[in-house]
Design a protein around this ligand. Sequence first.
Ligand code: PRX
Length: 635
Amino acid sequence: MSNYHIKHLEEYYQVYRKSIREPESFWEEIAEEHFLWRKKWDSVLDWDFSTPEISWFKGAKLNITENCIDRHLTTRGDKTAILFEPNNPDEGSQHISYNELHIRVNKFANVLKEQGIKKGDRVCIYLPMIPELAISVLACARIGAIHSVVFAGFSSTALATRINDSDCKMVITSDGSYRGAKTIDLKGIVDEALESCSCVETVLVAKRIQTDIHMNMGRDKWLAPLLEKASDDCAPEIMDAEDPLFILYTSGSTGMPKGMVHTTAGYMVYTAYTFKNAFQYTENDVYWCTADIGWITGHSYIVYGPLANGATTVMFEGVPSYPDYGRFWDIVQKHKVSQFYTAPTAIRALAKQGTDFIENYDLSSLKVLGSVGEPINEEAWHWYNENIGKRKSPIIDSWWQTETGGIMISPIPYVTPTKPTYATLPFIGVQPAIMDENGNELKGNQVEGRLCIKFPWPSIARTIWGNHQRYKETYFSAFDNKYFTGDGALRDEVGYYRITGRVDDVIIVSGHNLGTAPIEDAINEHPAVAESAIVGFPHDIKGSALYGYITLKDTGESRNHNNLRTEINQLITDRIGPIAKLDKIQFTNGLPKTRSGKIMRRILRKIACNESDSLGDTSTLLNQEVVQEIIDNVL
Ligand code: PRX
């Protein structure tokens, strides 16, 4: 038998060593024994990080939905696959069994086909966390269409950019969405976006909030009547191992968001394998990841990883504060959740509410707690451990990225001893390297530098949609023959990794990656703005928040700064979404620049973080005088 389920530390080391020494035979064995293939591969791994070209299981044929649904039907047909918990608890939860999921995915897949969607077509999904979201993702995969899920908190402009970049033929959305006590007009956002998207032929609309909305004749179609008529029999499209499964956009430090392309077989094998081990999942567990399917965490660890293991996966539509801050714990108690996976920002927001909201609930079903998306600070780690885990559920601080597809560095619960703020050890098959700025690998322990991965793992993104050159430049050019993560990390005296944060111009706010360039572009659209620079600064709940330094055009007229602040944040909301709003806006007479005209963000970052006494040498600046003015007026 292969090493599919790791149960002891010695076993971890043994399996890890094997996965590094003989990666091909290691992954081949896992793939062979635990998945359903229509045809086996011709080669396990072909790779070249210089081009870069990576393929896993080349020549194999499969459909991921057969692995996530069909193959469970004989043994787990009546088991709950998706446990839907609505925004309003009074509405009641829904248990969607594997049998029912099979029917609903097939019907949806047939609707897609009837609407002209074929293998390889791109379908944009802009939905709230309702069952139709998971089902439409799987329906695309069933027929070989490439899904591009856009988080339903993005603005119409951000949505349009993503639809056009991958030339989507269809958008799947809903009449609206619930978010706590609010409703959001999703269809209105889609309508606005589509004014600038000529590629979209059809919009399928799910009913969620039952309001009257405008339907564009010929283009927009209600989903329910189409589903009702559709056959529940849809043969899975047989895909090549390396056929794209989905595109998911992530912010870059410059320019357009990057459409990361994940392919079929390697992604399936790695997400399934990591799910099983990182959560120590066993058959009767109820697993809950609080992320949105609009992010990679939801793709890999709400949909594909859990379903490939025949698990019960909870999908929660709402927010942690509605109807009150006890909602998460109410759900844990109600569904006897065994594994709970969330983000540090949620933990900090809940910790701020004290423990009153926890005390009324029975959390004894919990066995594993997870954290993902940003570094977890020591205080939040201990709060989570004491109050939610009651010091008996290990916390897995899992480090990974949209680009990596699956968990890369993480403790394995009950196997790896945890250490607060440390992601601990590389996952099976993952070969991290810490590099210095001159491109040398820092070997041994107690080193700190930039985090790279030096060997391919099965779920690495294969390209950026439509821009392979950018893929090469972003990830494979900083360090020779290595994938560069954009993160800093240290390795301690026992070989544990701690992620120290981004080393580029990406700022993680409440677990969302935000590139500074698109935000600055939005600000610079304001007619009064001459120039702007965004940096991150520490925030109690969000982890990091955004600080904007803005210089205004010299028009001679005086402007009300508070009105300007509101207008600028409105522009950001329109262009990107409310998640990118600035917490602080300081108007300045200039921005510190190098002699070549580059803004010195390092200095601005230090000032925003209240570290202006350690600015270092500023004598090479073109306009040294602005620094003191900025320090004097810091917010
Ligand atoms: O900086 C790291 C941070 O989140 C980045 C990836 O963001 P995204 O592609 O949105 O994927 C998030 C969910 C997988 C990383 O480059 N990050 C993610 N997890 C951790 C983390 N930083 C520290 N500790 C983590 N556990």
